[in-house]
Design a protein around this ligand. Structure first.
Ligand code: NAP
Length: 266
C-alpha cells in the first residue's frame, strides 16, 4: 500500500473529542454575516478559530467571545488584517504562528460588492471588489501555504458565489472575482495534492445575512420566485458544509466548486 493510502477503519469509533478539536481554522471576514456563521460552526465543533476582520473590531470580539464562552472545546481569537494588504496579512500570520502554531484550515470568506453596470463602473470599483475576494484569497493562501502543505489534512475553502457561474447585471466585477476563485481553487488543489491537502470552493446563492435582509420585501419575493426551493439559504447551511470540508472526513474531495443555491442551476 502506498504511503498516501491512509489506513482508516470503515466504521469509526465514537469520537472521544469533538471532530475539529485540535484544528486551528482561520476565517477571513469572520466578524459578520456568513463568516460569523462559519466561525461559530467551526468553534461549536471544537476548533480553535481565528476570527479575522478588517474594521469591525467589536463585532469580531463578540463572535470570539460567544465561541469561547460556549460549553465546547472550541475557542476563538480575533485578529485584524485587511486581506488586500500583504504587510497586514504577513503580520497576521506571524501573530497567529506565535500564539497558535500552524493553521490547519483557511477559509477565504472576506468579500465585498460594489454593484454598477459596466458602462458606469469606475476602475476603482472594478479593482476593489477583485482586490478583496480574489487578491485577498491569494494573499492569505500564499502567506499560509507552508502551514497548509505541512500539517495533516490541510484545507483551503474559498467562498465564491452563484454569480461567479451565472454572471449578473451590475456585477461584472463581483462575477469576475468569484469565478476567478474557481480556477484558483482547481490549480491550488493540484499543487497541494502531493501534501495530502485539499482546496475547494463553495458557491452559495442568496443567503440570509443582514445585507440580503435589507433588500425590500417585493424584490426579495421576485428573487425567491426564481429559486426552485423558493427560499434563500440560511447561513447555517453554508457553515455546515464548510465544517464538513474542514474536517478530516472530507479528505477525498478536492478542486471542486460546490453549489448551495436552492436548485438555481436546474
Ligand atoms: P458581509 O456580511 O458584508 O461580511 C463581509 C465580511 O468580510 C466582514 O466580516 C468584513 O469585515 C470582511 N471584509 C471585507 N473586506 C475585507 C478586507 N479587505 N479584509 C478583511 N476582511 C474584510 O458579507 P456576507 O454576505 O457574509 O458574505 C461573505 C462571503 O460570502 C463573501 O465572500 C460573499 O461574496 C459571499 N457570498 C455571500 C452571499 C450572500 O447572499 N450574502 C452569497 C454568495 C456568496 P469588516 O466588517 O471588519 O470590514
Amino acid at each position: 500500500m502506498s504511503v498516501k493510502q491512509k489506513e482508516r477503519p470503515p466504521e469509526l469509533e465514537q469520537p472521544s473529542r469533538q471532530p475539529l478539536a485540535g484544528r486551528t481554522c482561520l476565517v477571513t471576514g469572520g466578524s459578520c454575516g456568513i463568516g460569523r456563521g462559519i466561525a461559530r460552526e467551526l468553534g461549536r465543533h471544537g476548533a480553535t478559530v481565528i476570527v479575522n476582520y478588517r474594521s469591525s473590531e467589536a463585532a469580531a470580539h463578540e463572535v470570539a467571545d460567544v465561541i469561547t464562552d460556549a460549553e465546547t472545546e472550541g475557542t476563538a481569537h480575533p485578529v485584524q488584517a485587511d486581506v488586500t494588504n500583504r504587510d497586514e496579512v504577513d503580520a497576521m500570520r506571524e501573530a497567529i504562528q506565535d500564539s497558535f502554531g500552524p493553521i490547519d484550515v483557511l477559509v477565504n470568506n472576506a468579500g465585498i460588492t460594489a454593484d454598477c453596470t459596466l458602462a458606469n463602473m469606475s476602475h476603482e470599483d472594478w479593482h476593489r471588489v477583485i482586490d478583496v475576494s480574489l487578491h485577498g484569497s491569494f494573499n492569505c493562501t500564499k502567506a499560509f501555504y507552508d502551514d497548509l502543505a505541512t500539517v495533516d489534512d490541510g484545507r483551503v475553502i474559498s467562498i465564491s458565489s452563484v454569480i461567479g457561474k451565472q454572471g449578473n447585471v451590475g456585477q461584472a466585477n463581483y462575477a469576475a472575482a468569484k469565478s476567478g476563485l474557481f480556477g484558483f481553487t482547481r490549480s491550488l488543489a493540484l499543487e497541494l495534492a502531493d501534501a495530502g491537502a485539499t482546496a475547494n470552493c463553495i458557491a452559495p446563492g442568496f443567503t440570509l445575512t443582514e445585507m440580503v435582509e435589507a433588500i425590500p420585501d417585493e424584490i426579495q419575493d421576485d428573487l425567491r420566485a426564481d429559486i426552485p426551493l423558493e427560499r434563500f439559504a440560511h447561513v447555517s447551511e453554508i457553515a455546515g458544509l464548510v465544517r464538513y470540508l474542514a474536517s478530516e472526513e472530507s479528505g477525498y474531495i478536492t478542486g471542486e466548486v460546490i453549489d448551495i443555491n436552492g436548485g438555481l442551476d436546474l
